[in-house]
Write a protein that binds this ligand. Sequence first.
Ligand code: UD1
Length: 420
Amino acid sequence: MNYLQINGGNKLNGSVRISGAKNAALPLLASTILSKNPLTIKNVPNVKDINTLLKLLSNLGSTFTFSDNKVIINSSTITSTMANYDIVKTMRASILTLGPLLSAFGHCEISLPGGCAIGQRPIDLHLKALELMGAEIEIKQGYVVAKAKKGLKGANIVFDKITVTGSENIIMAAALAKGETKIVNVAKEPEVIQLCQVLQDAGVQISGVGSNELVINGTDREKLDMKDFSVIPDRIEAGTYLCAGAITNSKITVLDIIPEHLEAVFNKLEDMGFSLKIHENSVILEPAQKIEARSIVTSEYPGFPTDMQAQFMALMTQANGVSIVEERLFENRFMHVSELQRMGASIMLRGSSATVQGKIQLYGADVMATDLRASSALILAGLIAKGTTKIHRIYHLDRGYENLEKKFKDLGVDIIRLDE
Ligand code: UD1
């Protein structure tokens, strides 16, 4: 197994290019199940989660090539509808094949994803919505066995809670359903919006895109004529590099972004004392005179993203004063706290909130990555820690960050990947 070794203390400088968004590419790849023709998807990040989904699609019968961030995929050759445990257990997002397989084939068998480091993460809302669309669903031996013999039909769905992959699953299911599906309290994340736009380009009528209520007119199982497209930039990767600039109080440029998607992160950084020069597809972060302590409350887009919570917590250790993090989406998303504490951070946990006392000198230590974003917080801490930080179990990072060491190295970080 690999680990990352960082010698802290360097200021960063220069620029970093942001890759395509993993969380956008995943549902978009799953949506090719709905396509009757092959298509090319550009700006696909070459990260573990994407390769896992491609492997799953290939097990189902898709054929693809993936090079230079370009996927050419033909899912019209799918013959199997079973996503087995071996793959689903490595990536929860495999559940994104449920909606499209069920609507395209009238049945499917998807292993239940189970819990993960950041909490229980049920899929009850996905299942309830599909049942409203006429699916018969049973849980058998750890599998969701779903059937809709005559195909799915349009329905009125009101999500009790906003769910990103739940919304994506139902949008894909509705695209091939018979009649009109109304989805109320749908997620508005940019990744959900791109999925809608790609389906619109393939001829599906969708109204309300970008609002919290969608109306989708299904094609009654007629497969789609999907067109080529390029995946939107990864707002979480961009936010992570901005936090790297911020925690080291350096000037860096982050390229290939959609600034609108980063508003909550920009606002918080400015509030903490950093200056931002925002251009059409890039942003320059300038150091703060004094990093101010500020609090965050995670929420659904356009609120402050839970996927940026851990990185900001690392940054808060270098802010002057007390900051509070209130995690509203995932009950157990504080796995990074104990590792940051081992590096010297002063953080008090109470239920879903963490109180961070800054500014504290952090010290290099052996730390363990526990989930994707928690791991990136440990890298950020390593950037300013005195001495050497070794981050173990970095397969979590490889799930979602493309060319991570190279990007950090190019910004001036002393970082190296080594074998245990
Ligand atoms: C997606 C993102 C993940 C991000 C999260 C929240 C992908 C692949 N992953 O995850 O990076 O952290 O959104 O922005 O896009 N819930 C239920 N029942 C359900 C579904 C969800 O109770 O059936 C709850 C969850 O436990 C959680 C909340 O709803 O408390 C939001 O979860 P959800 O938006 O579904 O997260 P994911 O789509 O899994």
